[in-house]
Design a protein around this ligand. Structure first.
Ligand SMILES: [Zn+2]
Length: 444
């Protein structure tokens, strides 16, 4: 990935906006009229509510809110170091390494150690105010999501990430609704897209599900010793891996075991950070067994121990011999999207939980977008504008925006101002795109 780290992306707030002079001026000093105006404006700014600041920002940026990058550390596996940070910024001590960047996120990262706001995206505002996208949605939900959507959805309901590991991740699972709700969490269904032009890492293969015979013959207990002994990676012998190819992807329903390979992955998923790790040994070390029980109630752990996690597994789907055919995603051209300046492909589909597109706009051309609701954008390659707001692919300080409902649903122009294709990924939450395609292959 051609990423040019800019200092602004990771400098602390204090470095970016040094403390302003606050000392009281001498009493004999007389303020000029201009200084008085500035002071009044500053005082007014300090008393603005979050809602006022968000409303002002929405007006100023024409409904296309620029966002700061949200870096997330993990301890599971080494970083792939393809996120565009300076080399010395990946290692963050006890927190692990920066392995993920969350996009337009309203979800907090559920890490053992780390800052209280880890994972949450901030609006990129001029001035001193720091406002997370979550706060903005909480106080200006109707402006951001539209009145109708906000009446039936408590938030944006999806989480997009750039996933950057230098090794395969441990074989793990995310809970379906019935198990997530026991610990007051949301279920987690996810989908992957592997962007082209990036090193695929040492293990570009992902394990999915279990061998069909295990599900067919109800031999679920075959996985149990690996969870109890917690000392090897041999549980993978009961699964099969699929080769990762640029521009391809997969849809992974909740309750499906998976061990994601090392390709840089752009992931879209439900708004949740819940999981259970089933593989002890990964990338040369045994991970904490607490990661198996992280989202299990103490009473369930006490009652059934490791066996409780077998209930999380959706056996018919995991053992489906047509797992690949049912859940493999490739870009699908949206016929109605084709314009002289560019076109769109569905890249995340096959579910009502979220959806996503890739928009390509050719050099010096423009493209008129109209969507069905609020969406966020990662500019991947090239440079241009979205309804007048600048974006630069590969520059974490200028590649991320949220397009609010009113702007999204009226025709707005995307202009490629550069000399290469402008490639944007658009991420949508639940129920925004009821026309999303389905693979439509029935369970075997
Ligand atoms: Zn996962």
């Amino acid at each position: 990935m051609d990423v040019r780290p800019r200092d602004r992306a990771w400098m602390s707030r204090a470095e970016r906006w040094p403390e302003r002079e606050t000392a009281e001026p001498e009493t004999l000093y007389r303020f000029t009229a201009h200084e008085r105006t500035i002071m009044t404006q500053k005082n007014q700014a300090a008393s603005l509510t979050v809602r006022d600041v968000v409303s002002n920002a929405l007006t100023a940026c024409n409904g296309v809110l620029p966002l700061e990058p949200a870096w997330v550390a993990r301890e599971l596996a080494p970083a792939g170091r393809r996120l565009g940070l300076p080399e010395d910024r990946y290692d963050v001590g006890a927190r692990g390494e920066i392995c993920e960047r969350w996009l337009a996120s309203t979800t907090r990262a559920d890490n053992r150690v780390g800052p209280a706001d880890e994972g949450l995206s901030y609006l990129a505002l001029e001035g001193d105010r720091r406002i997370t996208l979550r706060e903005a949605v909480d106080c200006a939900g109707r402006e951001i999501m539209g009145t109708r959507y906000a009446a039936t959805h408590s938030g944006l309901g999806r989480l997009a990430k750039i996933f950057d590991y230098g090794a395969r991740l441990p074989y793990h699972i995310h809970p379906r609704a019935e198990h997530a709700s026991l610990v007051g969490r949301n279920p987690k269904e996810e989908a992957y897209f592997y962007p082209p032009g990036v090193d695929m890492g040492p293990h570009p293969e992902t394990f999915f599900g279990v061998h069909p015979s295990i599900a067919d013959e109800h031999r679920y207990d075959v996985l149990l010793p690996y969870l109890v002994d917690w000392n090897s990676d041999l549980i993978l012998r009961h699964s099969r891996a699929y080769f990762l190819i640029p521009e391809d992807g997969f849809h992974v329903p909740a309750g499906v075991l998976h061990a994601p390979g090392s390709a840089l992955t752009i992931e879209l998923q439900e708004d949740s950070d819940t999981s259970a790790m089933f593989q002890a040994l990964n990338a040369g070390r045994v991970i904490s067994k607490e990661l198996l029980f992280k989202d299990v109630r103490p009473e369930d752990r006490k009652r059934l121990g490791e066996r409780f996690l077998l209930e999380w597994v959706d056996w018919p789907v995991n053992g489906d011999p047509y797992l690949y055919e049912r859940f493999h995603l490739g870009p699908r051209l949206i016929e109605s999207s084709v314009q002289p300046g560019g076109e769109e492909h569905w890249i995340y589909y096959n579910t009502p939980k979220f959806s996503g597109k890739k928009l390509t706009v050719r050099p010096a051309m423009s493209y008129v977008s109209v969507e069905k609701g609020v969406y966020s954008v990662l500019a991947w390659r090239g440079s241009g504008t979205i309804a007048g707001q600048q974006v630069r692919g590969g520059d974490p300080s200028g590649d991320e925006v949220l397009v609010v409902h009113d702007r999204a649903t009226t025709p707005h122009t995307v202009v490629n101002t550069g000399s290469e294709d402008l490639v944007l990924f658009k991420f949508f939450g639940p129920d925004v795109n009821p026309d999303v395609p389905y693979i439509g292959r029935a369970l075997a």
